[in-house]
Write a protein that binds this ligand. Structure first.
Ligand SMILES: Nc1ncnc2c1ncn2[C@@H]1O[C@H](COP(=O)(O)OP(=O)(O)OP(=O)(O)O)[C@@H](O)[C@H]1O
Length: 304
């Protein structure tokens, strides 16, 4: 039996002649955070909307916690929390009214505990448009949790937030993970995906281009690992022949080398430093970032 809480197989969604999603498949285990990354128009939001049961699908199948969101709409409503987009609430609605509305929809008591949990209990008499972007995002996350969902869907949860607001929301997402909540998030923020997600898929033109842990995706990049070394006597120069490392450039007192096996390259570089009676001031290993891997894919480059 599959241990996936979310299973998407061969999902197809068209808008007239436009193929927004063209055979996407992925699965998410309980308590995992799964990230969908991709350029504008790749099909991320459409995929989330199909999962939420808001869009009729044209092919494939979706199962969330044993339910088919296309058919079991009432059941899915109590399993899945959806962090709505900022534009989804009317400007003039009070925070208390928004909470009451969502609680009524879920046929549950008013959840002031969630407003407290997200630090917006003092804002119940404020209108939605009077909240800051960060407060709006926290309200949306609180509303998504009204039904104590086992699955939460987040569409660009931290877009437009400042550094502190982003860090706060990331902490809330991590707390949900500790409670074993399964999360699917669409994001443009590579650092967010790298820091939060257990697994990611990069979606391009409605299909999954690459999938894996953020580490696996960056490891598949064509760009080699770089080793930057600063030594006391500058014994490492472009003339040095080092086994397993290729000289790349000098930058800011560092000699930078590329390699595919960092352990081998570092060993050989250290040996050379020792032979030259030199000493190391600093050594940094720079793996390709998720952003570099993403740009490589989006610009049409193949991964390894
Ligand atoms: N309601 C709609 N009617 C027609 N076409 C749509 C509709 N919604 C989305 N599309 C089209 O479907 C494709 C996928 O859009 P979608 O919003 O799913 O992408 P996305 O990856 O979420 O993009 P973004 O990162 O910009 O939010 C795009 O070509 C878009 O123009």
């Amino acid at each position: 039996m599959s241990d996936s809480v979310i299973s998407v197989k061969g999902l197809i969604k068209k808008y007239g002649a436009i193929s927004a999603v063209n055979g996407i498949s992925f699965s998410v285990k309980q308590g995992e955070i799964y990230g969908l990354l991709g350029p504008n128009g790749a099909g991320k939001t459409t995929t989330l909307e199909c999962l939420e049961g808001l869009r009729r699908i044209d092919g494939g199948n979706i199962i969330v916690a044993g339910c088919n969101p296309q058919k079991d709409k009432k059941k899915i409503r109590n399993i899945m929390g959806v962090q709505l987009q900022s534009s989804s609430l009317p400007d003039g609605i009070l925070v208390s009214e928004a909470m009451a509305l969502v609680c009524a929809w879920h046929e549950t008591k008013y959840r002031s505990d969630l407003l407290e949990c997200f630090g917006i209990e003092g804002m119940v008499k404020k209108k939605y448009h009077q909240l800051s972007t960060g407060q709006q995002r926290r309200l949306h996350l609180a509303l998504a949790l009204v039904c104590n969902p086992s699955v939460v869907v987040l569409d660009e949860p931290t877009a437009g937030l400042d550094v502190e607001g982003r860090a706060q929301l990331h902490n809330e997402i991590r707390k949900l993970k500790k409670q074993n909540v399964t999360m699917l998030l669409a994001t443009h923020d590579m650092a967010e995906a790298e820091g939060l997600c257990d697994q990611i898929s990069i979606v391009i033109k409605g299909t999954v281009a690459v999938t894996g842990t953020p580490f696996e995706v960056t490891a598949a990049s064509k760009r080699d690992t770089r080793i930057a070394i600063r030594t006391g006597r500058n014994s490492l120069s472009s003339n040095c022949k080092i086994e397993g490392a290729t000289f790349f450039k000098e930058k800011d007192c560092y000699s930078i080398w590329t390699c595919s096996d960092s352990a081998l390259a570092i060993g050989a570089l250290m040996q050379r430093v020792k032979e030259a009676n030199d000493f190391v001031i600093d050594l940094r290993v720079e793996r390709p970032s998720l952003e570099e891997s993403f740009l490589e894919l989006v610009s049409g480059g193949e991964m390894k």
